[in-house]
Design a protein around this ligand. Sequence first.
Ligand code: FMN
Ligand code: SF4
Length: 504
Amino acid sequence: MLKPDAQREKILDLLEHAGGVTEESVRQISQDTGVPEADIWGTGKFYSLIDTPGKRIRVCDGLSCQLAGADELAASITDAGKACERVSCLGQCDLAIATLTEDMQLKTYTKKETSISPDDPELAINLAGPVDLSYSALKRSISMGAEKVIKAIELSGLQGRGGAGFPAHIKWTSVRSQSETQRYVICNADEAEPGTFKDRETILRQPHKMLEGLAIAAAMIETNEIYIYIRGEYGNEYASINRAIEEARDPLSQFNFTVVRGHGAYICGEETALLESLEGKRGMPRLKPPFPTEAGFRGKPSLIHNVETIACVPSIIHRGGQHFRDLGRTEAGSKLYCISGHVQSPGVYELPLGVTLEELVDAAGGYTGTPLAFSPGGASSGFLPISMRNLPLDYKNLAEAGSMMGSSGVVVLNDTVDMAVAAGWQLEFFERESCGQCAPCRIGSRYLRRQNDAYLKLGDPIAFEHADDVAWEMEEGSICGLGMVAAKPLESARKHFPDHFKTK
Ligand SMILES: Cc1cc2nc3c(=O)[nH]c(=O)nc-3n(C[C@H](O)[C@H](O)[C@H](O)COP(=O)(O)O)c2cc1C
Ligand code: SF4
């Protein structure tokens, strides 16, 4: 039983600073925080940056890095006698191949710069635009009052940009309606879905839009406590947030910002796993309900938003909800689309929500090679055939096509790719990142990856004999979105590219 005064929220940072889980570090941290040793041990082992610290080169095995030759790079590092580890997507898909160096710095292997949309003041985020330090949207929202601000958000049609596309105004209203007055605003900057790097660019180029959006949200739900949870590998981005908080010390003086670094676990992007991690526990998703708006951080009502969602808010306050809504085509607003893989200019493009792949690739300078397939919204969205290049990339149309908008991390694959191999890369990602608490997800993700490996080795589709049943069980029996979609890459690849799964 944990003592009431135990300082659990500190243990993950202390473990990382101590260099990982060792008998000495655990004993010392237990003495300093009052958390039992076994508990610290079990918690620390959950996080890859704590569990496997030390000198090695970590090579990204996300889809875009694999397409760019990550296997060859890893082999050359090993051949040179250096320690090498394969890790899940590092959020540098536009600059593939990405590594984390021995002293934990991100290093990329491309001669190209990231591309972004040109400066256009009409856009909500406008990555290339000037930085606005006036915080005038915050002042205006305070004079408008919560009711009018939430009405503007409702009119804007703003949907959560973290993956689920849930209407933002409903969450704001829900938190405000709770009788508990201790509330939190939490920014989800854990961005780790393979193919996704839009929050990275927002934090680096327009951090004040994110901070101002967070401050507006906090003022409207009547709190001054704001937490930002940023993935542990994003060192420059962490520095950018802290710099921006310092620059905006005056306009933000009434708010307390706490910036917390993650420790290398993709699942902590799932909002309830994020809350567990913030509370110093293993990042294991909670059962919902209750939803975080009712019982979130420390059991209190919490408004959790993705970086991009919250960074849209100042523009909505400045120019009104209708202006934002009209920026979209099939759904409301402008949208940051990431694009990488087999295209000329990978990067982040802010376009009307509902553009097609063809238009997005046009913005990115065209295809390289003959396009075969694309993954529209991260690993979770599976694969679609290039014949769907004119489908609007929005929440509704992609869901109807059996895929999802997800984090809008689009990856293009050309006809040099074997789709069974590509499906295998994504299956491996989900197997590694499953938190393990649901048997269908834990066992199913491993089973599907093994069967796909068996097919790749033997060329006999009998390997997939039970794959559909296992996929069904995963979708039905999992607590969170990871287990529900982990079979998608294999399912969609087999459906759309049957020739790649024939007897060899
Ligand atoms: C496995 C998994 C991983 C997720 N990763 C992220 C993430 O990295 N960033 C994010 O904002 N949302 C992520 N989400 C979605 C969050 O759970 C949540 O819906 C979101 O942060 C809410 O903010 P929004 O309404 O602004 O989208 C993830 C969801 C799942 C199921
Ligand atoms: S579905 Fe997978 S990742 Fe999600 S809670 Fe269950 S075991 Fe963990």
